[in-house]
Design a protein around this ligand. Structure first.
Ligand SMILES: *Cc1c(COP(=O)(O)O)cnc(C)c1O
Length: 493
């Protein structure tokens, strides 16, 4: 057979079917995936097909079995962790890139948008003018790329090229308990080891103590370890706390240590005038990361790393010369889109083949502009503050951590109803099972907090009050049982 069996065209009718199935999904009128798990596991769990069923059958199975049993993450009531569904512009730009520019290389509009959108992000988030970026799959890799640059810089200063020769000296990275654990993993992958991350004391909000950092760096001048980076958070994952970037950045400068700012979640917070001052000192950063697949509403798979000098990324991550590229490019002006690869992003990080992510970020920003994104950030931050306000007004609610960005940590409280951690754990489980308001939980100083994190574009203002109302309703219901149990336990004791 000369013709391939795979359908390679016909996107219009196929997408029409998928599109209406997805639109229906997003109305969230269907049952949660677990409800029919036995059925779809049976329907899908076939043996490897020898003969294919053809594209129409695949589309039918996608529409009838797979899509209706998807995730709750895009549900507007889902405020768990820091993740959300993509907005439509992100979805369709992603699709366009998959079809029209499967790689980010070449003299194409997609390659152009890669750099343009990185510049837009830098400008939008008020990064230093000379900072340039590179996309990767998300915060994990974005942190890895930034710390790879930090490692390169620290070792080059003592005459070693760590990317070429490896590292034989113990390293130190200064962070806090609240740092994302991808920092530890990045340290491991870069050969410095997870244990190289020194835990600097933080205050009750999870912000690094500048005094302790200064004392630790001073003490460490005595040993032979290489100080690779100070890692500050612009929005911690747990509570959204923002480190004192000015103070930490000044200290990093004083000791000539690379200053990395992890803004995977929280960097866009700089757009909210009410909290903008908390980002004072951002310009001291040597590297900054942000995840467009969080607050910007991009489909999952897009993180960005920015550094002052992108050449250092090339030294840290180059693959070296390769025979398979020899002679395949032209040195002169491009006369064809394949004459040049464009900016060598593939040597600025750890991915060679990579999707055109710039078109997605471009589409998101083009659609709603800086104003639209600012409105989203301000709305979500105000929603977290709204919950805190409700907590102050109601005797059965307690704030465990005042919101800084769009996270509010709070819990249900009542007299004589036993273990409040257990009670709030049960309230939280009940919320999840009710399928309307789905926050996550976290521990704040040993106390279990209900933790909504508002980042989804679909999550509108009403969801803040709806969540509080439901916590109160579930709390009252479950507290009765908890009280009876506590009383019974007291009697037998
Ligand atoms: C989410 C997050 C990460 C990890 O990002 P992924 O995109 O999930 O890999 C890193 N740092 C912070 C502060 C985060 O919130």
């Amino acid at each position: 057979m000369n013709k391939d069996q795979a359908e390679c065209n016909q996107l219009t009718p196929l997408l029409q079917k998928i599109g209406s199935s997805l639109d229906r999904y997003l109305r969230f009128e269907h049952a949660d995936a677990v409800v029919n798990a036995e059925q779809w596991r049976t329907e899908l769990g076939r043996t490897l097909p020898a003969a294919g069923v053809g594209i129409d059958e695949v589309v039918s199975e996608l529409c009838d079995i797979v899509i209706p049993n998807g995730s709750q993450i895009p549900n507007p009531g889902s405020t768990s962790f820091i993740t959300t569904g993509a907005t439509s512009a992100g979805v369709i730009a992603n699709l366009a890139a998959m079809v029209a520019s499967p790689q980010r290389i070449g003299v194409t509009a997609f390659n152009f948008l890669e750099e343009l959108s990185l510049r837009w992000l830098a400008e939008l988030f008020q990064l230093p003018a000379n900072m340039k970026g590179v996309y990767s799959s998300g915060g994990s890799v974005a942190n890895l790329v930034a710390l790879g640059a930090a490692r390169q810089w620290a070792f080059e200063r003592i005459g070693i090229d760590p990317a070429r020769d490896g590292i034989a000296k113990p390293c130190r990275i200064y962070g806090t308990q609240a740092c994302h654990h991808t920092i530890n993993r990045a340290a491991a992958v870069l050969g410095m080891g997870r244990e190289s991350v020194v835990n600097i004391a933080s205050d009750h909000m999870g912000c690094m103590s500048p005094e302790t950092l200064h004392a630790q760096l001073t003490a460490d001048l005595e040993n032979d370890d290489i100080a690779v980076a100070v890692v500050a958070n612009a929005g911690t994952t747990g509570t959204g706390a923002i480190d004192s970037l000015r103070e930490l950045g000044d200290i990093a400068r004083e000791f000539a240590v690379w200053f990395h700012v992890d803004g995977a979640y929280g960097l866009p917070g700089i757009l909210d005038p009410q909290v903008r001052h908390l980002y004072d000192g951002l310009e001291l950063a040597d590297s900054v990361i942000v995840d467009p697949h969080k607050w910007l509403g991009a489909p999952v798979g897009i993180g960005a790393t920015f550094v002052r000098d992108r050449n250092i990324l090339h030294r840290a991550f180059t693959q070296g010369t390769a025979d398979y590229l020899e002679g395949s490019l032209s040195d002169t002006d491009a006369r064809h889109s394949m004459d040049q690869l464009g900016i060598p992003y593939y040597d600025f990080g750890v991915e060679l083949s990579a999707p055109s992510r710039g078109a997605v970020v471009w589409a998101l920003l083009r659609e709603i502009g800086a104003d639209g994104l600012t409105a989203r950030i301000c709305r979500h931050n105000a929603m977290a503050r709204r919950i805190a306000e409700r907590c102050r007004e109601h005797p059965n609610l307690e704030i465990l951590q005042e919101p800084i960005l769009s996270i509010c940590c709070f819990r249900y409280v009542c007299d004589n109803c036993g273990d409040l951690n257990e009670l709030n754990r049960r309230i939280h489980r009940a919320l999840i099972h009710n399928n309307h308001n789905m926050p996550s939980t976290t521990l704040v100083n040993g106390q279990l907090a209900i933790r909504p994190c508002f980042v989804g574009a679909r999550t509108t203002w009403e969801y803040a009050d709806a969540l509080v109302d439901e916590v109160l309703e579930m709390g009252q219901k479950l507290a009765v049982g908890a009280r009876t149990a506590a009383a019974a336990a007291a009697k037998t004791a």
